[in-house]
Write a protein that binds this ligand. Sequence first.
Ligand code: ADP
Length: 398
Amino acid sequence: MKILVINCGSSSLKFQLIDSETEEVFAKGLCERIGMDGSQIVYTPAGGEKQTTVSPMPDHTEAVRLVLAALTDAKTGVIKDLSEIDAVGHRLVHGGEKFSASTLINDEVIAAITECNDLAPLHNPANLIGIAACQKLMPTTPQAGVFDTAFHQTMPEKAYLYGIPYEYYQKYKIRRYGFHGTSHSYVSKRCAAIAGKDIKDMKIIVCHLGNGASVSAVQGGKCVDTSMGLTPLEGLIMGTRSGDIDPAIIEFLAHKEGLSIDEIMTILNKKSGMLGLSTISSDSRDIEGASNEGKPEGKRTMEAFSYRVAKYIGAYAAAMNGVDAICFTAGIGENSATIRSMICNNYLGYLGVKLDEDANHKRGEEIAITTADSKTTVYVIPTNEELAIARETAALVK
Ligand code: ADP
């Protein structure tokens, strides 16, 4: 089936047209600066040149219209007619407690997603605009929603409750939700497949280390804990997000610096993490470069980042009372041999992890990076959220 995967942000829209069976990507691209000056669409057909076209996009409907025009363009398009698109799969950020699986989109589903807007005020409204735009331009094409939170809905109460008055959970549903679920689900399944084991018999820890980063504990194929919380701010040190901090820091900073809650949240979301710690960059390549040059700002950031990941691995090995496999994925997890080595060699000896240095330096493939006698196997498994969304969508439409 040909599935158009849409990932709609407040001013951007990423897309891929994928064959859900063969995994072939026919075309992909990105609309940027929607609703602003200088909006442009970047479109890359498979095997073709990347094209960038500046074109006004006052709203997301216009962005979707341009995507469909690019896909059906007589010269560089990859389909003749929109009817070739069997379904649209939307990446949706927050499904709250309402969605524990992907779903076909109808009015009821849209109302339920809208009710989750409070939980993800930046993301959910943008996702809904993307759905509305596709419905307008492709009214007869089925649409599905694949939630970042859904995979984590299997967490037990003890993992998702915070130690705050229970009434706030009852009144506002304040709890751990977790994100990157599509990636954690995809990678844990691939891990079982590569290991040649039934996922039901496995205890897997997935480290999704990208700009946003999270760790999850997957026992018997089900998520039992994850490091992101009510929002994607909790857990690991990320590109620009702080991850875990003492909540009292917020009050302390407010008094010392005369900052409002909103200003502090902006600092924690956009100016912290690797960027804040290093003062250099949010990009791990820059941090690693600085560290290699012996700069203390690079070194301390690398160490704090990898230490936090190792602590979560330890916590989740405890939560599952053991671990069979640890998987690294996403930009940093897939590409940084140094960070993987810092985590495995400095902290995971007690799990019997023995890194295979040659394998650890390979790139771009699904691979075990531990030796044959390593008690716990560590894998690098490139994530593919778009393919996972396409498959979920195809399964719902069939
Ligand atoms: P997101 O999807 O959350 O925006 P990605 O999964 O693309 O993020 O990861 C981005 C991170 O991956 C950046 O910190 C970047 O430095 C890192 N990264 C990407 N390629 C490499 C590489 N070749 N070596 C080291 N780090 C890399």
